[in-house]
Design a protein around this ligand. Structure first.
Ligand code: ADP
Length: 676
């Protein structure tokens, strides 16, 4: 790789790299945003779920605590009711009645006993809701649970409970029970046996066991009794435990609640958050799509702008936009180049443009005011003069059109300028050359006239000379010396006149030396602008037919051009009739056919034939007879020299000029010129 190519390659690589980097950056940002939004969503959903779980747990804990409080006060009330049976030292029978009444009210009790101070039974009543399950012998003073509870009660001076224990029944059934021992003032105890299951059913709020399981357990978690609904499959378990600390016994109240899976949409809050999240993601997606579309549109716009810029920079027409106040809002490079001012200078100029010639500024100001007032400019444009920065003036062709925005409201004027100074210069040149051609035509005419006159005068002069010499011979020796002298002078003067005429003739003929080889196309090109001018005036169409591969001809350019011009002019004048509709002038150059004239006869291949055909009036026999006679004309302003001069010129070149009727009407003039 050469040392020059290295930086270029590095630059290309650098460009590609920076393009890649910006692309990567954009995608990285989008990916980061998506990840963040996703993380946010997951966190919010998770938090909402956790909140829900903790709500449920808190409610359960509160309910359990309430249940424990209910249980305590229930037990308290029961103990008071029990104590009330001993009020007023009742007889055994009376107490039994009261105990039976109490048992009917409290389903949680299985049995109430009255025992003396030595724990020997005084009286006992069983619940009416069950078959009696305690046989009296087993309920003696030595029953350990009761003894324990009562000892504790006596020690405390208040009630005490025994730890729970299992009482087995027939057929393998059994009950978990707990004894309450209440010392009475008269000495002795009241012992009540609680069924733990019924305790749960009666004293723990019935609402708590709805939809969840309520149980008593030991401190180590061993389940004693349980009520409520067992756990359903597919649910989540919430557990709450509360200690029920009773004097002499300790129980745990355990509540197992379950809720149908609060996993993804636990409640309204989570649903709301999810909905917002979905909306957020949708907005994100829409935003991404919008960004993509915007990027694409931006790309198209940039392309269009680049295209427009290239177009504006490449045109040679000057472009300028003005707002409705007449201030310049835009110019293209071609305009700046045309007037020589920079874009800044033009934009900074106020109402009066710097390219207005000072002497015309007032007039331009009026024109601008008219345009701003709503005056419509001519469609075909108008001409004006501008001034370059260096002060030189130049003509311009201006086209103006209203400038409209996307809402079709006019916001100013758009103008296009064409510098027509070059066009003017060419027109000037062609006018000058036309004048020169006409002048040389006139000179040629004069020369030909002189040549004609000299030709016409040589015969009379020769006659004068011969008459003079005849007269001199007759006068010889007659003694009329003076007359002879005069006649000699006449002969001398005639001779001198002959010499003058010959020298004039020679001068005119000197043009012969200016012959050159010219392409027929060049001859036609020289006369067509002039012919065109007159053709436009008379409404004549010009048709030029040039065969392929024509050789050049040897001729005096100016004179042959004159011949062509003359014939074309005659032809167009012949078509200048008001009633004539199709006016066509046909100029044709071709190789000559073998034609009857002496000049063309020997070898037709050495000649080119030029023909000028019209669709005009044609030539009558009477006119035809005198057509080439000098000074014959049918026009009031004609001189009658044109055709005779043409024939002279053509014949001087060795060619021939002839004419014949054209079809469907008019005349064809043909002449031949030698090939180089
Ligand atoms: P001028 O044009 O001055 O009249 P010309 O010698 O050129 O002199 O023409 C002589 C006359 O020949 C014209 O006045 C015209 O009547 C007649 N003539 C020449 N060319 C044509 C033509 N193409 N068709 C009809 N008549 C013609």
């Amino acid at each position: 790789m050469s040392s020059l190519a290295l930086p270029a390659a590095a630059r290309t690589l650098g460009l590609a790299f920076s393009g890649l980097r910006s692309l990567w950056q954009r995608w990285f940002l989008w990916a980061l945003l998506a990840v963040l939004v996703f993380a946010l969503l997951v966190t919010v959903v998770w938090l909402a779920g956790r909140h829900e779980v903790s709500q449920v747990q808190a409610t359960l804990d509160r309910d359990t605590a309430d249940a424990v409080a209910d249980l305590r006060s229930g037990l308290q009330r029961n103990a008071q009711n029990l104590r009330a049976t001993q009020a007023g030292a009742p007889s055994r029978e009376h107490w039994l009645d009261q105990a039976a009444a109490l048992l009917r009210e409290h389903r949680e009790w299985l049995r109430i006993e009255w025992r003396d101070a030595a724990l020997a039974p005084v009286g006992a009543a069983d619940t009416p809701y069950r078959r009696s399950m305690f046989d009296p012998p087993s309920r003696g003073a030595d029953q350990s649970d009761i003894a324990l509870a009562c000892t504790a009660a006596r020690k405390l001076g208040s009630l005490a409970y025994s730890p729970s224990h299992y009482v087995s029944l027939a057929q393998g059934n059994g009950l978990e029970v707990m004894e309450l021992c209440l010392p009475i003032d008269a000495g002795g105890y009241l012992v009540a046996t609680y069924s733990l299951r019924d305790l749960l059913v009666e004293l723990v709020a019935p609402t708590l066991s709805r939809g969840q399981e309520v149980a008593f357990t030991e401190a180590d978690g061993t389940r004693l009794v349980a009520i409520g609904v067992p756990r359903r499959v597919g649910t989540r378990v919430f557990t709450s435990q509360q200690l029920v600390d009773l004097p002499g016994a300790t129980l745990m109240l355990r509540v197992d609640g379950w809720r149908a899976a609060p996993d993804l949409f636990p409640n309204l809050l989570t649903a709301l958050v999810t909905a917002i999240s979905i909306a957020l993601v949708s907005v994100l997606v829409l935003l991404a799509r919008d960004t993509r579309m915007r990027l694409r549109a931006e790309g198209h716009l940039a392309d269009a702008l680049a295209f427009r810029k290239a177009m504006e920079d490449s045109v040679i027409t000057g472009l300028r936009a003005r707002d409705l106040m007449g201030r310049i809002t835009y110019v293209n490079p071609a305009f700046c180049e045309m007037v020589g001012f920079s874009v800044d200078e033009l934009m900074r100029s106020g109402g009066e443009a710097p390219y207005w010639p000072t002497e015309l500024a007032h007039e331009y100001q009026q024109r601008q005011a008219m345009r701003l007032a709503g005056g419509v400019p001519p469609r075909e444009g108008f001409e004006s003069v501008f001034m370059r920065k260096d002060g030189s003036r130049f003509p311009v062709l201006i086209f103006e059109a209203p400038l409209r925005n996307a809402q079709r409201a006019q916001t100013g004027w758009m103008s296009a300028f064409i510098d027509i100074s070059e066009q003017r210069r060419i027109e000037e040149l062609s006018r000058a050359s036309q004048e020169r051609l006409q002048a040389s035509a006139r000179l040629a005419t004069v020369g030909e006239m002189a040549s004609l006159l000299s030709h016409e005068l040589t015969q009379p002069l020769a006659a004068i000379a011969s008459y003079a010499s005849g007269s001199l011979n007759l006068l010889e020796g007659s003694g009329h010396d003076e007359v002879a002298m005069a006649v000699r002078r006449i002969a001398e003067q005639a001779d001198r006149a002959g010499q003058v005429i010959r020298s004039v003739h020679d001068f005119v003929r000197r043009r012969d030396r200016t012959r050159e080889a010219v392409a027929p196309q060049v001859l036609l090109d020289a006369v067509l602008p002039l012919v065109g001018l007159q053709a436009r005036k008379l409404g004549v169409a010009i048709e030029v037919v040039l065969d392929d591969g024509l050789p050049r001809v040897v001729c005096d350019r100016t004179l042959v051009e004159q011949v062509l011009l003359n014939l074309a002019r005659n032809a167009m004048q012949a078509m200048d009739m008001p009633e004539l509709v199709d006016r066509v002038l046909r100029l044709r150059v071709a190789r000559a056919r073998a034609i009857g004239t002496a000049a063309a006869a020997p070898d037709a291949r050495r000649w080119l034939e030029f023909s000028v055909a019209d669709l005009g009036s044609g030539i009558s026999d009477e006119v035809a007879a005198r057509l080439f006679t000098p000074f014959f004309t049918t026009r009031s302003d004609g001189m009658g020299l044109g055709l005779s001069l043409c024939r002279t010129v053509v014949e001087q070149h060795g060619g021939a000029l002839m004419f014949e009727p054209n079809r469907p009407r008019g005349t064809v003039f043909r002449f031949t010129l030698p090939i180089a």
